[in-house]
Design a protein around this ligand. Structure first.
Ligand code: ADP
Length: 706
């Protein structure tokens, strides 16, 4: 690196150092800019996190407050027995009293679960109906004998009917009536059989124990079969609808799987009936309502099943621990049908324990939360127009939004900590921006600013560099100019002096020779005058004080006169000169001295820049608009790429620079200035080695007819 620096000139080193000094503050500024942006991002993140936590805690407190009335009510004696009816009614009532909570269920010490609708593995303490409830036991036995041993169904029906008249309890009547129905069906007397089963359906429903099909369900199934045998489809369909409705509103213990079996096969039958028939009878009108109930029931069945499978073992093991206090909820997120239910459960007080009930469970009602509680809580939370609070569910999709904003990105989000552990509270920007995006704009601004500064500096450096190069070139040209002008002055002066001294010495006796010497002295002084005129005119031109004196003059005469004066000099140099001028005068407004000087400059150049081919041709022509004066030579020529530059001050073409000719680089600059003062132009065409042709083009509009 330092080795490399040695080869760099001190000037360049200074330039590099200057660039470094200029860039350094820019870089430092940008560094601090970026640092302040990062700090801003950090501060924003901290603020937003604090805000989110605050909002989350507030929401959680409110959610937990929903449980307070429930917990305080549980301390009292609530249940007299563990009968299905009482428990289901109580659980249903809880749901009404606590709208923010739902999915109430109880777990008993055997691991059974019961909800307001269904139960699973919940063994009931009530006695099953005994045959003892049937009066006339001897008669009943003889009826059974007729039915099964003698295969005399008619006699059996008689005996069962007689038993029925004596039986009072609903369970007993259920039982005997089902025997009568069965015997009629065996005898293919379906209508009478159906009548017997209908009586069972009409009786108040008996809730059977675990896994036992309720008699009304069995009876309805039989009735449907009876109508099928009779070929009475409409009635069979109506019966199946009744069965469907009864199954939906009177589910029984799921344990044996019979309930699910009955429900699923009836749903199938009912669906196929509805699909087949197109007339809107009464059953079809209630169908949507039943379907709705079916959906709720299946969901409830799924929920209770899930609780039974996954949660109950955990609940029982936790309840067996002494450390778990009463009425303090424990929580668990329970995946169900693709979503997650946040289930809470708690140990129940002693009065429940005595009935064999270990724990109660429930879930916060999400609908209530989203449509009632969150709007109430977040309606009171105002974080300004730049912040919107939202609640994200377990799958990350918004469950509730304070305002409608894009939700693909959030500023900050925090999980719930006490309940709904899979949910998040999130802060959104109204335009859906993240913290990075919020500060990103400033970051880009800083970057653009920095790049802008660098760009401006680079442009400045380029301009300064170019100007410096120009200066160097100009000063080179100036020194060249000084040396060539001095040289040009020296030659004529030396000649004048030499011939002057020779004449003065009186050594030249020949008159002709003396005359020649006088002539040379005159010519050389004329050249000196011309040269000095050029320099003086140029300096006037540069300062803007050059004045032209336009007068009406015959341009042909001006050109002719100039050529006359120059002819001898050029002939002395051995040039052949061809001149073509019109015979008639062309009178126009010109500065004749200036035009003459321009022509002289062109003639001088033609002579100076010719080698072996010493030929000059001068021509004056006139067309409608212009007078054209051309000076042509067969000299060294000018390269094409330099043609445009030769009119610049001090410029000397590469073909002639190395030649032994002297020159100031001012001649053509003056020519151009003079011609442009006459509102004309100068053109040049040239080939290297082939000669050049300069044309002065002067407008005729100032011409005056002679
Ligand atoms: P100088 O005093 O050098 O002749 P000029 O302004 O008259 O200055 O000319 C500029 C340059 O143009 C010359 O140095 C020369 O290189 C080139 N030049 C001008 N006239 C001719 C010509 N007739 N033939 C070749 N080169 C020419």
């Amino acid at each position: 690196m330092f080795g490399l620096l040695k080869h760099i000139s001190p000037k360049t080193r200074i330039l590099f150092f200057a660039i470094f000094l200029i860039l350094l503050p820019g870089a430092i500024l940008s560094y601090f800019g970026f640092r302040s942006i990062s700090e801003k991002a950090e501060n924003l993140t901290t603020t937003y996190r604090g805000t989110v936590i605050l909002v989350r805690d507030r929401i959680e407190t409110e959610i937990l407050r929903l449980e307070e009335p429930l917990r305080s009510s549980l301390t009292e004696q609530q249940l007299k027995s563990d009968s299905f009816k009482e428990i289901e009614a109580w659980l249903g009532e809880l749901e009404l009293r606590h709208p923010g909570l739902g999915h109430f269920f109880l777990v008993n010490s055997q691991g059974g679960v019961i909800s307001a609708t269904v139960s699973l593995g919940w063994v009931k303490t009530e006695e099953e109906p005994e045959l003892g409830e049937i009066a006339g036991m001897t008669e009943f036995r003889s009826a059974e004998e007729s039915e099964f041993v003698k295969k005399d169904c008619a006699a059996a029906v008689q005996s069962y009917k007689s038993v029925l008249t004596k039986t009072r309890t609903p369970a007993g009547r259920d039982f005997v009536l089902s025997r009568i129905g069965r015997c009629y069906f065996k005898m293919k007397r379906y209508r009478e059989g159906i009548d017997a089963y209908k009586k069972i359906v009409a009786l108040p429903d008996q809730r059977s124990g675990s896994g036992i099909v309720p008699s009304s369900i069995a009876a309805l199934t039989q009735i449907a079969d009876g109508y099928a045998s009779l070929g009475e489809d409409k009635k069979r369909e109506a019966t199946l609808f009744a069965l469907y409705e009864r199954l939906l509103y009177h589910p029984w213990d799921l344990e044996g799987g019979e309930y699910s079996y009955y429900l699923n096969s009836t749903i199938e039958e009912v669906n196929s009936i509805v699909n087949r028939s197109s007339n809107g009878n009464q059953t079809e009108r209630v169908f949507p309502r039943l379907k709705e109930r079916e959906k709720e029931l299946l969901a409830e069945l799924g929920f209770v099943r899930r609780i039974h499978q996954t949660l109950v073992p955990q609940v029982l093991s936790e309840m067996s621990r002494e450390t778990v206090s009463q009425l303090v909820p424990l929580r668990i997120p329970l995946p169900l049908d693709g979503s997650i239910i946040e289930v809470s459960y708690l140990r129940l007080p002693g009065s429940f324990q005595r009935l064999g009930i270990s724990a109660m469970g429930y879930a916060v009602n999400e609908d209530y939360l989203v449509s009632v509680l969150l709007p109430r809580i977040l309606g009171a939370v105002d974080l300004g127009k730049d912040l919107v609070v939202g609640i994200l569910g377990s799958d990350g999709t918004p469950r509730y939004l304070q305002k409608n904003v894009p939700t693909s990105k959030y500023l900050m989000a925090e999980n719930f900590s006490k309940t709904f552990s899979t949910w998040k509270v999130a802060l959104f920007h109204p335009d859906g921006k993240t913290v990075e995006e919020l500060v990103g704009r400033e970051k880009h601004l800083y970057l653009a600013l920095f790049l802008g500064i660098v760009a401006v500096m680079v442009i400045g450096i380029v301009f300064v560099g170019r100007a410096a190069l120009h200066e160097v070139e100009a000063s080179r040209m100036k020194s060249e100019f000084v040396s060539s002008v001095s040289h040009e002055l020296k030659t004529p002066l030396a000649l004048i002096r030499m011939f002057g001294e020779t004449l003065e010495s009186g050594l030249v006796s020949d008159e002709a020779k003396r005359q020649e010497f006088y002539h040379i002295i005159t010519k050389e002084s004329e050249r000196l005058t011309h040269l000095i005129n050029n320099v003086l005119n140029f300096s006037k031109m540069e300062t803007g004080s050059k004045q032209y004196r336009f007068e009406e003059d015959d341009i042909v005469q001006v050109v002719r006169g100039t050529l006359e004066a120059y002819r001898f000099h050029i002939r002395d140099l051995g040039f052949e000169m061809v001149i073509q001028l019109p015979d008639d005068p062309i009178v126009m407004m010109i500065d004749k001295d200036a035009i003459s000087q321009a022509l002289l400059n062109l003639l001088n150049n033609a002579a100076k820049y010719s080698d072996e081919q010493k030929f000059i041709r001068v021509e004056l022509t006139k067309n409608v608009d212009w007078v054209l004066i051309s000076v042509e030579d067969r000299g060294v020529g000018i390269p094409q790429d330099e043609l445009g530059k030769i009119f610049e001050k001090f410029y000397r073409a590469s073909t002639t620079r190395t030649k032994e000719t002297t020159g100031s680089g001012l001649g053509l600059t003056l020519v151009k200035h003079i011609v442009e003062a006459h509102t004309g132009s100068v053109e040049v065409s040239s080939t290297v080695g082939g000669g050049s042709r300069f044309v002065l083009r002067l407008p005729l509009q100032q011409a005056v007819d002679s």
